[in-house]
Design a protein around this ligand. Structure first.
Ligand SMILES: [Zn+2]
Length: 351
């Protein structure tokens, strides 16, 4: 057993006990600047601190790898089922036609930059394909084998209809395929998958040699405010990258950043086509319609937001390639936690 595996075993052995303690932690304890019993789900460091709360959930930040994560952190893919069942009323569940319309607006803005990365691909996998608009567009632009993964059954049905390709309803963490993919897309999906180990293992196994992973996800600075977004989508969104977390992920799992485009959220939030994406909240939709009708309103709103909260939250378009060596590097985060104190009583890394 390797040192890293031994570290995992040691930490796993006490996870249940520690998990119990986390469930009963008092609100005052949660707000402590550093809480020794809460471990980062990525690097397992105990140096985590309260960042903000939204929708009754605490979001904490890790001082070691920079990850922001919900606390308590779920231990498996059951979180998706809880969200889909409507257990969290703050999370907006859109019907498929509205979701498809939202995807159309979204990919009107972002499809070209994704398609550029897909040129020449023989096989493409879209993880969390939603109602299938990306796969549908790729059919025209990049003639190749296409496959989608979508856990929501009705979205998967819509995706099969519009994209005319296979859509699997399996957690990506358990996905295995004899076929290898030149491009794997994860558009606004990364933050929903609860096991980093299992996610990166699936990515590595599914990628063809020289293949690319295209991520679209959030990155944020330690100065981020709870008000950078009205709704954070927690706990459906489980974690957000800090500005340096991607470097940690790549070192741990054996990937390299081929390109990264980091756009301030304010430049995305106040785009006209984003405002055309209607949700279920009537008053939100009314604000959007007004902003679209009043000349200069969007620019003014953007400038006010940028002055108060700008350059703290970013949407990033990231391309990763697997490093040529087969095995990922030793998870230095675990080793450093053990070296630092021997008080590593639990880990929240679900398997
Ligand atoms: Zn961490």
């Amino acid at each position: 057993m390797s040192e890293a595996q031994q570290a995992h075993s040691l930490l796993n052995a006490t996870a249940a006990r520690a998990g119990q303690r986390l469930q009963t932690a008092s609100p005052a304890r949660e707000r402590d600047s550093v809480c020794a019993s809460i471990f980062c789900p990525l690097c397992l460091s105990s140096a985590t601190s309260h960042a903000f709360r939204d929708a009754g959930c605490e979001v904490r930040a890790c001082s070691h790898c920079g990850l922001f994560f919900v606390h308590p952190y779920p231990r498996g893919p059951e979180q998706h089922r809880r969200v889909e069942s409507g257990e969290y009323p703050e999370i907006e569940l859109l019907d498929c036609s509205r979701r498809y319309e939202g995807e159309r607006f979204y990919y009107d803005r972002h499809f070209d930059v994704i398609a550029e990365q897909c040129d020449g691909a023989a096989a493409i996998l879209d993880v969390g394909c939603g109602t299938g608009n990306l796969l549908e567009r790729l059919a025209d632009r990049v003639p190749c084998h296409r496959l989608g993964i979508e856990l929501n059954p009705s979205a998967a049905r819509t995706a099969r209809k519009v994209a005319k390709c296979d859509i699997l309803e399996v957690p990506f963490e358990t996905f295995r395929s004899a076929r290898k993919f030149d491009v794997i897309t994860m558009i606004n999906v990364f933050s929903h998958i609860s096991s980093f180990d299992a996610m990166f293992e699936s990515l590595r196994l599914a990628l063809a040699p020289g293949g690319r992973v295209i991520l679209r996800t959030s990155e944020m600075s330690r100065r981020v405010s709870r008000w950078n977004q009205f709704h954070w989508g927690v706990p459906d969104d489980l974690h957000f990258l800090g500005l340096n977390t991607l470097d940690f992920l790549c070192a741990k799992y054996g990937f390299t950043v081929a390109s990264r485009l980091r756009v301030p959220f304010e430049d995305e939030l106040f785009r006209r086509s984003r405002c055309r994406q209607m949700g279920r909240s009537g008053w939100h939709n009314a604000i959007k319609r007004t902003a679209l009708r009043v000349p200069g309103a969007l620019r003014l709103a953007r400038n006010i937001y940028a002055a108060a909260l700008g350059e703290r939250l970013f949407v990033s378009f990231i391309v990763l390639v697997a490093r040529s060596e087969d095995a990922p590097k030793s998870p230095s985060g675990i080793a450093s936690v053990l070296k630092r104190g021997g008080n590593a009583e639990c880990q929240l890394q679900p398997r």
